[in-house]
Design a protein around this ligand. Structure first.
Ligand SMILES: O=C(O)CCC(=O)C(=O)O
Length: 280
């Protein structure tokens, strides 16, 4: 199947590094996904906290292989995978997925970073990698929607290291320069909207200072021809079996496989990412 991007969106992707697709998943599908994520006992038991500089946290769950859960089916759906294949110029595989859950008045901030700022250190030679953020709740400036720097992927990979507050993020000097000429865009989304973005797009998000929950899931992909030369906490090339776009509705609420290895909690950053980044 072809990419779901229109020709204009394809041009926008190359120019801006991201495309926001409205109603990528409909409300019935979002209700199924949300229902499964809220009640999946294994997922709930695997949640961990990612703290920001002021101690607020995003609740997260991360899984490497999509499997047959409804979240796996969403990540394997033609509308997502075929679009990724057109963005990345060939076959892709599932690199991992994650829930990033910002609870009302509690959810933490994310500092500016590029995903390839981390993934480069996993032995991925080329930035033939991208993600799709799917909104499970309405995301707004007040509850910490994703912010992107439009066109920042053209800068290539920027060095990443430990920032004040312990989060690993991009060299702040580079980000400052980018923001002098490029636009910061607040990607406000309705439940079901999907944001496709290149792994070198600089992005961040604010704390959730509102009484409204902000849950999103991110599906991340790597090109099959970019198989990491290092073994690390995300998979080497593993064939991805695509499913029809109606698979979520046909399946209904279906949890993750009952395997102790399904969710990941332990990520060991390579030494390069443990260095403190100078902020002067
Ligand atoms: O959920 C968010 O606000 C940011 C997540 C993110 O940037 C990431 O997982 O790389």
């Amino acid at each position: 199947m072809p990419s779901i991007f229109t020709p204009e969106q394809q041009i926008a992707y190359e120019r801006d590094g991201y495309v926001l697709v409205r109603s990528l998943f409909d409300q019935e599908e979002i209700a199924i996904l949300r229902g499964a994520i809220e009640t999946d006992p294994q997922l709930q038991a695997s949640l961990y906290d990612r703290h920001d500089a002021s101690g607020k946290s995003t609740r997260m769950a991360t899984w490497n292989h999509p499997g047959d859960s409804v979240y796996g089916l969403a990540a394997r759906s033609h509308r997502v995978v075929d679009t990724m294949e057109s963005m990345l110029g060939g076959e892709v595989y599932h690199y991992h997925s994650k829930l990033t859950a910002k609870e009302p008045l509690e959810g933490g901030a994310w500092e500016w970073h590029q995903d390839y700022g981390y993934w480069y250190h996993n032995g991925c030679t080329f930035p033939y990698m991208a993600s799709m953020m799917l909104a499970l709740d309405k995301t707004t400036r007040e509850n910490g929607c994703l912010q992107v720097i439009r066109g920042s992927h053209h800068a290539g990979r920027v060095d990443h290291g430990v920032l004040p507050g312990e989060q690993v993020g991009a060299d702040p000097r580079r980000v400052e320069e980018m923001l002098k000429t490029l636009e910061r865009v607040y990607c406000e989304m309705e439940p079901g909207d999907g944001l496709f973005f290149h792994a070198n797009v600089m992005h961040r998000s604010d704390q959730n200072r509102s009484p409204n929950r902000r849950w999103t899931v991110l599906f991340c992909y790597n090109a099959a021809r970019n198989n990491p030369y290092l073994e690390h906490h995300h998979p080497q090339y593993t064939p991805l079996h695509k499913v029809d776009d109606n698979a979520i509705k046909m399946t209904g609420v279906k949890y993750s496989e009952n395997s102790p290895d399904y969710f990941r909690k332990n990520f060991s950053n390579p030494p390069e990412l443990k260095k403190t980044m100078s902020t002067s």
